[in-house]
Structure formats: structure tokens, C-alpha cells
Design a protein around this ligand. Structure first.
Ligand code: S3P
Length: 424
């Protein structure tokens, strides 16, 4: 995919549904009694991986362009799959489903692609084992394939070392089946979509400061779920609109949950002209239209509790920082090493190839922005967020930028290049 510099980006866009919320709607819908109706569902490779896992466990899921219907069979309705469960590239699928599999009355293997087989799973194996679960990394390397042998679980109080919604959600889902209360305390608050949606499905779940507690449930009940647009996908258009002169982009219907809105706070802090319009709440999730206009950006420091609220946006924030005046420091983000690829390495390598002054640190980056960038060949490491971030970087780079393996955007945003093109 070859991309060149743009003189303006103008128009309206509706980004696809939130990936985290879409996964959860299939999972909780499968475990509920009755038919869950999902609108705004993200039809992407990652969410299809979750659908495929539940179909293999006997759940009927109907997909139409307007909605997805999940014919749930209740908390105890899953069937033993005749095959291994395959999660593709999706960490959310492996980690959350492991929490659901641990208490089932059957055994199953769950795995995924080459990237998934390198991602750390000890972070869920450890707490689930404390609950009594029997989960083994088959290669004994702390990664998938995971062999899960279902067994009764007990409630625990767990202090997680990482702020991770995948770890928190995995434990809470196991907690639905435990013999007593289960609580998870995080060092910083991670995205809370599981808490919001589990409560709507009838679970007894409560949050106090950084601790979430769930009680064992008799049943969950089917719901209508409206999935808002994904702020992680909107982030590319926020950055694109800010760095491209003469631009004005209206991004409609974006989820702006406080546990996800770090990109908005940082973009404003960098001098970005961003307004929220038409703020509302849908299925417990705050939503707004976001109006972005070109802005002269300046550097900032990003660290501490804001990090989990923008963890997936850090690659594109690094691109914004390369176009901003001054030195931006990003720290406390060592988690970037263990995403779909090592995003500290991938961002540094590719921004350097475009002529930026960026230094990788153990837990982030130091970026001396405002140096003019030039086109380069971008190694995406097959990571959707690297591909989209560097498509944004190309918009103000001199010459041609070549994105290798651009089809990896299908993980979270299959129509990304089409949508970006439509604005120019
Ligand atoms: C997600 C949580 C985050 C995020 C991922 C989706 C989720 O991962 O990076 O893209 O849906 O719970 P961690 O839990 O590893 O931080």
C-alpha cells in the first residue's frame, strides 16, 4: 500500500464498533439465558475469532449486516468442543475465554496465531490457578496453547501487578462460577466494559476505587447491546485531522468512557482543537461525536494512571509527538512490549526510518518532535495498530510511504484505508 502527503482531510466518518465491547457482547450473550441482540458490532477478524470459539461450544450466532443475534444457553449451557479453540490474533479472546473455560465440566485447548503464541498468559494462569483452575501452558513457556481442564473454583481476592482489563475480566468471569465472592484490585484502573455489561446482564458486580468484586451468579439474562464506535479506531482520524493542515473531521458515535479517553485528554494537552458534540449514554457507555480541526501541536509528558486509558493509542500518539514541537516523553508503558508485536520496538524502528528523532526506553519513548519526516517502507510486524499509525504518519511526510502487509488492519478495522482515502 503506497501513501502520499495530503493537503487537507475533510468530512464525516463513522468508525466501526468498539472491539472490546463487541467481544464481550458475544461472550456474555453466549452465557446468558435468551437471545442477545447486538447492533454496531465490529465485524473484524478478532471478533470473528470470538464468534468461532462460541460456535464450537454449541452457541448459535446469527450475523446480518444490521445486527448479530446470540442465542445464549445460560451459564451452564456450553458444550465440550470437538476441536481446539482458535483465537487467531486476539489476546482478548484467549484471556477472557480462559476464565470462562476454567469452571466448565469439560477440557479444551485454546490457542491462536504466531503472535498469540508469544504473548504472556501467566498473568491469567496464576490468578485462575489460585481459584483452583487447572490450566497448563502446553509448551511450558507461559504462553498458548493452553490446556484448560474444567474444575470447580473458589472465590479469591487478587491484587494484579498489571493494569489489564483482560486479566481483570478473565478473573471476574471465572468468579461468576466460584463458590464465593471474587475481587480484583489493579494498580491503575483499566477499561471497565466488562463491569458495565456484566451488571446489565444481571451479575452482582461492584467497584470501589481500584477493586472490582463479583458474586457467583445463578444466571445471566440476554440484553440488547448497542456497541459504540471504537475510540481506538477514531484515534487515527483524531491524529490525522490534527497534523494535516486545513482539516476538519467529524467522527460520529464514538465511545468516550473515562477508562478509554486518554487520547482525547492528551490531544487537548498537546494543543489539539477537539470538541465533543451530542454527548449521550448508550447501554451504560458514554458516547459523543468528536470534531477535530488541524492544530499546531506541542510536546507533552504521558505517564502514570492515564496510561491504561490510552494504551492501544500510544503508537499513533508517538506519531503525533513526532509532528509536535518539543520533546515528548512517554513512560510507564512497558506493556507495549507484549502487545500484538513489541510496539516500542516497532514504533521506534519505523519512525526512525521516516527521519524522526525517537529513542526507545524500557517503558516508552523520548521523541524530539517537529523534525520533517519523509516516506519510508513500514514494517508493520503484522500489527494492525502499527499499520494504521504509520498510515497517519505518511499524511505529512515528504514522498511515498509504503505500508507492508496492509491487510493486517482487518484485525480491528477492515475498511480503514477506504475510510482514510474518502476524507482526502
Ligand atoms: C483489552 C484490553 C487491553 C487492550 C486490548 C483490549 C480488552 O489489553 O490493550 O487491545 O478488551 O480488555 P490489556 O488487558 O492487556 O491491557
Amino acid at each position: 500500500m503506497e501513501l502520499t502527503k495530503k493537503s487537507a482531510l475533510r468530512g464525516e466518518i463513522t468508525v466501526p464498533g468498539d472491539k472490546s465491547i463487541s467481544h464481550r457482547s458475544i461472550m456474555f450473550g453466549s452465557l446468558a439465558q435468551g437471545t442477545t441482540e447486538i447492533t454496531g458490532f465490529l465485524n473484524s477478524a478478532d471478533c470473528q475469532s470470538t464468534i468461532s470459539c462460541f460456535r464450537k461450544m454449541g452457541i448459535q450466532i446469527e450475523e446480518t449486516p444490521q445486527k448479530v443475534l446470540v442465542h445464549g444457553k445460560g451459564l451452564h449451557g456450553l458444550l465440550a468442543p470437538s476441536d481446539i479453540l482458535y483465537a487467531g490474533n486476539s489476546g482478548t479472546t484467549v484471556r477472557l475465554i480462559s476464565g470462562i473455560l476454567a469452571p466448565q465440566p469439560f477440557s479444551v485447548v485454546i490457542t491462536g496465531d504466531a503472535s498469540i503464541q508469544k504473548r504472556p498468559m501467566k498473568r491469567i494462569i496464576d490468578p485462575l490457578s489460585l481459584m483452583g483452575a487447572d490450566i497448563k501452558s502446553q509448551l511450558d513457556n507461559g504462553c498458548a496453547p493452553l490446556m484448560v481442564t474444567g474444575t470447580p473454583l473458589h472465590g479469591i481476592s487478587y491484587s494484579s501487578k498489571t493494569a489489564s482489563a483482560q486479566v481483570k475480566s478473565s478473573i471476574l468471569l471465572a468468579g461468576l462460577y466460584a463458590d464465593g465472592a471474587t475481587s480484583v484490585t489493579e494498580p491503575e484502573i483499566s477499561r471497565n466494559h466488562s463491569e458495565i455489561m456484566l451488571q446489565a446482564f444481571g451479575a452482582n458486580i461492584s467497584t470501589a476505587d481500584k477493586t472490582v468484586t463479583i458474586l457467583p451468579a445463578e444466571e445471566l439474562y440476554a440484553q440488547k447491546v448497542e456497541v459504540p464506535g471504537d475510540i481506538s479506531s477514531a484515534a487515527y482520524f483524531i491524529a490525522a485531522g490534527l497534523i494535516t493542515p486545513n482539516s476538519e473531521i467529524l467522527i460520529r458515535n464514538v465511545g468516550i468512557n473515562k477508562t478509554r479517553d486518554g487520547i482525547l485528554r492528551v490531544a487537548k494537552e498537546m494543543g489539539g482543537n477537539i470538541s465533543l458534540l451530542n454527548e449521550r449514554v448508550a447501554c451504560g457507555e458514554p458516547v459523543a461525536d468528536i470534531l477535530v480541526r488541524s492544530s499546531a501541536l506541542h510536546a507533552t509528558t504521558i505517564e502514570g494512571e492515564i496510561i491504561p486509558t490510552l494504551i492501544d493509542e500510544l503508537p499513533v500518539i508517538a506519531v503525533m509527538a513526532a509532528y509536535a514541537k518539543g520533546t515528548t516523553i512517554i513512560k510507564d508503558a512497558a506493556e507495549l512490549h507484549v502487545k500484538e508485536c513489541d510496539r516500542i520496538y516497532a514504533v521506534t524502528k519505523n519512525l526512525q526510518a521516516m527521519g524522526a528523532c525517537i529513542t526507545a526506553t524500557e517503558d516508552g519513548f523520548i521523541i524530539d518532535g517537529g523534525v520533517s519526516l519523509h516516506g519510508a517502507t513500514i514494517d508493520t510486524f503484522l500489527d494492525h495498530r502499527i499499520a494504521m499509525s504509520f498510515a497517519v504518519a505518511s499524511l505529512q511526510a515528504e514522498g511515498t510511504t509504503v505500508i507492508e502487509d496492509p491487510s493486517c488492519v482487518s484485525i480491528s478495522y477492515p475498511t480503514f484505508f477506504h475510510d482514510l482515502n474518502a476524507l482526502s
